[in-house]
Design a binder for this molecule. Structure first.
Ligand code: GYE
Length: 319
């Protein structure tokens, strides 16, 4: 996951225009193959829109492929982009592991790869040019810091349940780790149950229902995204409890529906994760195709929202 600046810059010097996907001699229109994770959440929908609109605005021809949250589909899509000799491949890896073979194939074909949104865990950083996306560990820490502050006067145990994102994905691994790092400072914080809800509303609801049955004494829900929190809210209300009061909720993303629930008092705090990566992705793609130097890591800037801040931000929220 850690990428040292400068390493890829050296490797880049030998890699020029990629596969030459232009349609005619002298046509320098860039063709990008983009393999998206799926359509699992409000975040993802906003991200897809951002990528598609930005490609259009940048004059980049986009070959878009939806992997329906399956790694095998992403690998197939990348192989097909290599065959079509696109100029640049961008993708958001559904899980962190298992990419080396296909990324080596792209490298051998001299087609540069950009990671967007999620990282891979390969130690060979020459397999991609740059990684554009959020710092998920920091997001987890922000959620943990809010919790520590919110419960600073609590004397007894604080029982936490956690809805994890897709198993093996960078945001699930990192949001869990960042949160755990912060709350472990005080033994009164106990994660009594932690399971994947696959970043979807339906799974968030289903798993929360099971949590509520098994644990009558839940104080806090930490959801790795808003959609799972929204599903869980239905489960909590279904169990006759009040979300935001009986059970405090902290989640990540700050998509519109999440922000609305925050403003309505059903969620207590949201850590922002911006899906609007399209414009930066297109800039990076143009540079990479020209063989220009790009930073090995581009981190998205983000904030956090309280209920009051959500009320103010909602009218102008883009996603
Ligand atoms: O938080 C979640 C989505 O990878 C940052 O994926 C993204 C995550 C986002 O399904 O809602």
């Amino acid at each position: 996951m850690l990428v040292l600046a400068g390493v890829t810059a050296m490797a880049m010097a030998s890699c020029g225009g990629g596969g030459g996907g232009g349609t005619a001699a002298g046509d320098d229109k860039i063709t990008m193959g983009f393999s998206q994770v799926g359509a699992e959440s409000g975040w993802r929908t906003a991200n897809t829109k951002s990528v598609q609109e930005s490609a259009k605005a940048a004059g980049i021809e986009l070959k878009f492929s939806d992997a329906q949250q399956k790694q095998e589909n992403q690998i197939k899509a990348i192989r097909s982009f290599i065959q079509q000799r696109v100029d640049v491949i961008a993708f958001s890896p559904v899980v962190e592991s298992g990419w080396d073979t296909v990324l080596k194939e792209a490298k051998n074909a001299k087609i540069p790869v950009i990671l967007t949104d999620r990282a891979v865990d390969s130690p060979d950083t020459s397999l991609y040019k740059t990684f554009l996306g959020s710092d998920f560990v920091e997001e987890g820490r922000k959620a943990g810091k809010w919790l520590v502050e919110e419960f600073k006067d609590a004397t007894g145990t604080v029982n936490i349940v956690e809805l994890q994102g897709t198993t093996g994905s960078a945001p699930a691994n990192d949001r869990k780790a960042g949160f755990a790092e912060v709350i472990q400072a005080d033994p009164k914080f106990k994660v009594i149950a932690s399971q994947t809800g696959d970043f979807t509303r339906a799974k968030g609801k289903e798993v929360m229902e099971a949590f509520l049955k098994a644990h009558p004494d839940i104080d806090v829900l930490y959801a790795h995204n808003d959609d799972m929190a929204l599903g869980a809210i239905e489960a909590i209300e279904g169990a006759g409890k009040t979300p935001g009061k009986d059970i405090k909720i902290v989640s990540v993303d700050a998509v519109k529906d999440g922000m609305q629930a925050l403003a309505d008092g059903k969620i207590n705090f949201i850590v922002e994760c911006s899906p609007l990566l399209g414009p930066q992705l297109m800039d990076l793609a143009k540079k990479v195709v020209k063989g220009e130097q790009v930073p090995a890591r581009v981190v998205t800037e983000e904030t956090t929202f309280t209920q009051e801040q959500a009320k103010q931000a909602l009218p102008s929220r883009q996603y």
